[in-house]
Design a protein around this ligand. Structure first.
Ligand code: HEM
Length: 585
């Protein structure tokens, strides 16, 4: 296939742009999917005794030919050739340029720049989703440290500190080939952050009555002795995650009520299994046709994401038999309910996909809770150290839940640009971590440690035109000067996150860069079309017709409205729940 790169593809007419995006996906599927298991290395498992009509807790048996595919504890894949994924080391470029200098001089927020087209729900939402898809784990390797000197003028030197030190990522090493890393969560889009990725965690969440998840007397998730909500995955916790875990746990329980009423003979397991399938698919639908078009506000993207879920053909034309090629069939009928497609490579999330979601600049320095009735400030303000980790409880339990959700609905997150990374995230004290984290420096260092290519090489490997000089990265002279102050004229040394935050132009209405979007194009469709429960088994036999109708008839506004009824009117002030809600007058 001849593929011609069109830099400003978003200026094309709608259907030409859609064809271009389709061709881009095909190009990326051919060049950017790499398994990190050598033939014969992948753990063998069996589906004997497992109910294959339901999602399993650890992700086993989604794929019936390779039962372990996508399960918890399996390796991340790569989106670039394996030989391009060698870790940078202390002997070469791991600490160059100095990550702390990048954090302090390029990333640090002096004044807050809001992303005005979206609300704070959208920020919490994407971390909530990433916790479904991937995590390298809450614990890093205490026996392997990364350490580099603080810049000469660093204020931390006044305290006697000379180096910044953190634990290396837990990894597997292999003679003659790059290190690999493991996903502690299931790779599948299965709402594992709510249900857990292992049986022991999952068992603590189930009431074992009528399929329901445990909630406390106040209707919210119970809180554990560690001060965090008891849920499937609660690493890097904050008020935004607590809010979403509460909403989706409530939603699961409502779906259980629906199934219990229509199927009085079903036992707890039957109700749970069906409710999980429905709640999970609904969550994937909200992300596909609502969150994504809110972040990437463009007619092309709205149509492309609708095509992924529903297909482009009108309903009456979707009843004709499927005689098309895979690609035409996906566009015509949508990925959902269609044929699975692995593009020849086993499914697993990739390190490069993780890298593009380093979105800490979305976080606000302060969250001031507003009254949902009139939008007035309640006077309760929380900074990051107050709303993160155990502080989430003060926000969630110290206010009306409806006021918290309303606040996230009306306030903006930070824009994903240089100079907008919250300074409090640069002196973060995570419980259990024996040192202070400068997350700006950590974001940069982790990519280098895990062998994610730097920005320009990333572009090259993802079928994008690389920058010739630093000036090509951004139209904004201030951003170019800031990059030059760190990287000099060495465009190849610009880090992935730094280049992405600096990059312009961006597609109209896009909250993130086109470089990040390129990885997104590949991943967004792939996690749907490799999953049996979104393709061959997206049927009434597996979900029930009532379940499929429930998914079809719901959007995130409806979910918020039925679980937080006080917001039922306000949430409909917008056509998409992730756009800033209108404050009632
Ligand atoms: C107050 C809220 C947050 C806190 C306290 C927090 C904290 C952290 C910490 C401590 C890490 C791991 C650092 C390490 O590698 O040693 C991390 C990783 C990460 N965070 Fe956040 N974060 C927050 C919000 C967000 C948001 C809103 C996003 C948006 C998507 C995000 C995306 C990520 C990603 C992609 C990683 C890498 C995950 C991995 O390596 O598996 N975080 N965060």
């Amino acid at each position: 296939m001849v593929y011609i790169i069109i830099p400003n593809w978003w200026s094309l007419p709608l259907y030409v742009a859609l064809i271009y995006l389709g061709a881009t996906r095909t190009q990326l599927e051919a060049n950017n999917l790499y398994d990190t298991y050598l033939p014969g290395e992948f753990p063998v498992s069996s589906c004997a005794g497992i109910n294959t009509a339901a999602r399993t807790i650890n992700g086993l048996c989604n794929n019936l030919d390779t039962p372990g595919m996508g399960s918890a504890g399996t390796r991340f894949s790569r989106f670039v050739p394996i030989n391009d994924t060698w870790s940078e080391t202390a002997n070469d470029t791991l600490y160059t340029p100095n990550p702390r200098e990048i954090s302090q001089n390029l990333f640090k927020r002096e004044t807050f720049t809001p992303a005005t087209s979206i609300n704070l729900l959208a920020a919490a939402w994407i971390q909530f989703q990433t916790h479904d898809w991937f995590s390298h784990g809450a614990v890093n390797d205490p026996d392997n440290l990364l350490s580099f000197p603080l810049p000469a003028n660093d204020p931390l030197r006044a305290t006697g500190q000379t180096n910044m030190t953190l634990r290396a990522t837990i990894k597997e090493t292999h003679p003659g080939r790059p290190n690999t890393y493991t996903d502690v969560n299931t790779h599948w889009w299965d709402l594992s952050q709510v249900y857990g990725s292992d049986e022991a965690t999952h068992a603590t969440l189930r009431s074992y009555v009528d399929g329901k998840m445990i909630v406390a007397a106040d209707g919210l998730l119970p809180v554990g002795p560690d001060g965090l909500d008891i849920t499937g995955f609660n690493d890097n916790w904050w008020a935004g995650l607590s809010m979403l875990h509460n909403i989706w746990t409530k939603e699961h329980n409502l779906v259980c009520d629906m199934f219990k009423a229509s199927n009085p003979t079903w036992n707890d397991t039957q109700i749970f299994d069906h409710a999980r399938l429905v709640t999970t698919a609904l969550n994937a639908k909200v992300h596909t046709v609502e969150w994504t078009p809110a972040l990437l506000q463009d007619d092309i993207l709205q149509t492309a994401m609708d095509a992924n879920w529903y297909g482009l053909a009108p309903a009456w034309l979707q009843s004709i038999p499927d005689i098309f090629s895979q690609q035409v069939s996906e566009a015509w009928y949508g990925i959902i309910g269609g044929k699975p497609d692995f593009a020849g490579v086993a499914f697993a999330h990739s390190e490069e996909f993780i890298s593009v979601y380093r979105f800490h600049s979305l976080l606000r320095d302060n969250i001031t809770i507003r009254n949902h009735v009139d939008g007035s400030n309640t006077g309760n303000t929380y900074n990051i150290s107050q709303y993160a980790f155990t502080g989430a409880q003060d926000v969630i339990h110290g206010n009306n839940f409806s006021d918290v959700v309303f606040t996230f609905g009306v306030d903006n997150p930070g824009a994903l640009i240089l100079g907008n990374y919250p300074s409090q995230m640069m002196s973060l004290n995570k419980p259990g971590v024996p040192y202070m984290l400068d997350m700006g420096a950590v974001d940069v260092l982790r990519d280098r440690e895990r062998g994610v290519p730097r920005y320009n090489e990333f572009r090259r490997l993802f079928s994008l035109i690389p920058a010739q000089t630093i000036d090509d990265i951004s139209d904004d002279p201030v951003s170019v000067a800031a990059l030059r102050a760190i990287y000099g004229d060495d465009v190849e040394s610009v880090d992935m996150l730094a280049g992405s935050l600096a990059e312009s132009p961006r597609a109209t209405g896009f909250a993130f860069s086109n470089t990040q979007f390129q990885a997104f194009i590949l991943a967004a469709s792939r996690r749907l079309m490799t999953d049996r429960f979104f393709t061959t088994d997206y049927t009434a036999a597996i979900y029930t017709q009532q379940g499929l109708d429930y998914i079809s008839n719901s959007d995130f506004r409806a979910i918020i409205g039925r679980n937080v009824p006080e917001l039922n009117a306000t949430v409909y002030s917008v056509d998409n729940a992730f756009k800033p809600w209108v404050v009632p007058s």
